[in-house]
Design a protein around this ligand. Sequence first.
Ligand SMILES: Cc1ncc(COP(=O)(O)O)c(C=O)c1O
Length: 375
Amino acid sequence: MSGFVFNEKPIQIAEGDGVWVYDDAGNEYLDMGASYACVPLGHRHPAVDQAVKSQIDKLTYVQGSYPNAVRTSLYETLADTAPDPIGKVWLCNSGTEANEAALKFARAATGESKLVATMQGFHGRTMGSLATTWKSKYKKPYEPLAGDVDFVPYDDPEAMRAAVDEETAGVIVEPVQGEGGINPATREFLVATREATESVGAALIFDEVQTGMGRTGALWNSLRVPVVPDMITAAKGLGNGLPIGATLCRDWIAENYGSHASTFSGGPVISAAADATVSTIIEDSVPGNAAVVGDYLQTELEATLGEEVREIRGDGLMIGIEVGRGAMGHLKQLAMEEGVLALPAGRTVIRLLPPLTLTKTEADHVVDALEAVVL
Ligand SMILES: Cc1ncc(COP(=O)(O)O)c(C=O)c1O
């Protein structure tokens, strides 16, 4: 009997290789969810795995107050890749912690307490991040949460302008909503949000936990939009499967971050994994592949399924297929009959977040599988 509290799926994944995973009976599956977008370079990437193995032979962990060359290298890699003037990095262990830190930093740096978040947004499950998450099914059993959060409709510039005022500490936004159904924001919304926060001295946080690491065609989605936030949060793909989160920020936030800390912040092994992941993503032009194969996949899906589904939308290799209430059944059929593992986004959307090394041939395989299931 399993000791786990969740419902587990009926497939036991035992091995992985690139975009493929294998169950304990040797059946292969195309991993179109990348286990929640956590392996942008695919499973068992040699550069990341080798970096981890070498580091384990030297030093597994040292507390963050002792400088360590591997951690320093990761700080520099992240600072170098972030849009200017974002240049400071705080490391943690997950996406929710990265957001938790960003929300605390916003409060500390501004001296204000109000937060603004978006409807359908998802920012994590610890108490602060959860307070800025929209869906009540995630929040209800744990209320009351950290108060003082206003929710505005996603992608509504007017509503954002109206919500941000002198008492606002920070605004948290996913540049493309993931869990909320794969909803890309318009430039107009992001510009309005930047202007509104700037005009009152509030911090703008882009939650790039899902969009980061090249998924939408640039290492950070923030590099593709006309505004620079005050903080960018990252996790998921940052360690290519190993747990790490990061809060990247401008100087005025770093100078006033308060007293936030985490014991495991950037241990050498996890830092080696993340540094190798980010460096390989850049050296191998992985975001470029995400853009090209993502466009190709979206076009092929549109041509094959466009008439049958409500909408196909997304950015790069972050694609949602709005099928309606049958999404969960389709996902099960995809896995059991077609050997394709995908994810839901709510109850109505099939979400594709594959490794960013996906080829067009593998994309064709996915289109065939979806055609068999949806039509
Ligand atoms: C946009 C976004 N933010 C935050 C999180 C929370 O990350 P984690 O599960 O690592 O805490 C997620 C997870 O799905 C996410 O998609």
